[in-house]
Write a protein that binds this ligand. Sequence first.
Ligand SMILES: Cc1cc2nc3c(=O)[nH]c(=O)nc-3n(C[C@H](O)[C@H](O)[C@H](O)COP(=O)(O)OP(=O)(O)OC[C@H]3O[C@@H](n4cnc5c(N)ncnc54)[C@H](O)[C@@H]3O)c2cc1C
Ligand code: FES
Ligand code: FES
Length: 493
Amino acid sequence: MNAPTRPIRFLLGDEMREVADADPNMTVLGYLRQQERRCGTKEGCGEGDCGACTVALGALEDGQLVYRAVNACIQLIGTLDGKQLLTIEDLADEDGALHACQQALVAHHGSQCGFCTPGFAMSLFALYHGQDRIDRNRINDALAGNLCRCTGYGPIIAAAQTMRDGGALDRFARRRGETIAKLRTLSEGKTAMLEGAGSSYYAPRSAGQLAALLERHPDATILAGGTDVGLWVTKQLRRLNTIIYIGDVDDLKRISVGERWIEIGAAVTYTEALATIEEHHPDLAALTRRLGSEQIRNAGTIGGNIANGSPIGDFPPPLIALGSRLVLRRGDRHRELPLEDFFLEYGRQDRQPGEFVAAIRVPIADPARQLRCYKISKRFDQDISAALGAFVLTLEAGRVQEIRICFGGMAGTPQRAPETEAALLGKPWNRDAIEAACGALARDYRPIGDMRASASYRMNVAANLLRKFFIETTEPQARLGVMAERRAAHEHA
Ligand SMILES: Cc1cc2nc3c(=O)[nH]c(=O)nc-3n(C[C@H](O)[C@H](O)[C@H](O)COP(=O)(O)OP(=O)(O)OC[C@H]3O[C@@H](n4cnc5c(N)ncnc54)[C@H](O)[C@@H]3O)c2cc1C
Ligand code: FES
Ligand code: FES
């Protein structure tokens, strides 16, 4: 039996919008510029890299109104359901007085050609509304997804540092109660639906509704944060006929911490998962902060990173090294498998039509197990890995009791290193063992060369990462030195 449906409903600024018959492939940017004629939001790259299209989305999280910056160019219109969409046109007061973040950009000469400015203002707006202390690290994180070619970042950073100095609540904070009440009326239990231009879009609210929909439409495209899928539409010009959005499925939005596992629902975003990851696996949290930009992390999910099956996704290697498991569901049937078994070969995963990733189970931290993950990319921020090495080690009386090594970027899938692990298991943890293990890496991997790195660079870097791991686990001061260097680089960037 079909679940009852309703049109998508959201607030544009303070005004309610109800849409039932738009093309579900339309991006939020296309909707703003072509339908609403709000052209303040710019299109630069159309692929989530430059931040010119940044808008703020207000949503209820645990009953609180939270504003987050996202890239309008890769978000599909249906995902606005239940949210408040704010663009640069919304920021100034009715009497024309600029918002504090705009005023600070003016005061510090933070704009020249102006093309990037609306995007920066919206990232600053989300930062202004966040709970965090606005220090230099926080500003760097918040602005790493916004590119400016002519002003230079100094004035923009100065604007970020001073925008809260006035102290007064802005009108969005003053109207918080009213906005929350409006948002509550938008969301109700029915599946939101959109139809147009021959395509359909569904946003179920429960895992049961999702499972039933996927059984009816086994070939549908599952949409989570859209930070991969959005580019199929904008860059590959693919048309998606049936889209099933999982971002409103309550059961998939949960994180629970048990005695053995942290269970992360497939629709939990990186931003939502970060505090839990930080508490249990700080090295993985450092990696999370380097994944894409704040806009990407506000939308993207770990579930999407896994299901996408890319050999250079950042999360599979550390999760596999930790021994994580994947929970899949099809209809009423659940199954669970070690994450490494999910990746069959390049472009092929162990997922049946109509089946979806429900959750990822990550082992709880164990003080005896050391995890390190190292991402190698051409830029520090906002770049895809050329190679990513993840290592888990347990030592007993100076000997290797457990070693799990997984690399991304070294094969057609994220892959363990069985020969290298065998070369280390049971051996004393010393330089000789490491050098022997470095030799074994060539039996585990035959990487390809591409625009990110040559095959020989990848082999060299893999061996060097293993040596780095050894140094960091045997000379704690080396690790402290690295951390201090990283902090200083961040502070002076
Ligand atoms: C500018 C930019 C920077 C990026 N930087 C990085 C980076 O540094 N590191 C990195 O690893 N990635 C990066 N990415 C890629 C992307 O952000 C990640 O892969 C992200 O985790 C994808 O998650 P998502 O929720 O957006 O997935 P979506 O795009 O919604 O979906 C991705 C794929 O997974 C499928 N899918 C999603 N959820 C499920 C589910 N529950 N069950 C079954 N199938 C599902 C979809 O059908 C699709 O095939 C970047 C992308 C952009 C645009
Ligand atoms: S247009 Fe460049 S990130 Fe959207
Ligand atoms: S002001 Fe010109 S790109 Fe930033």
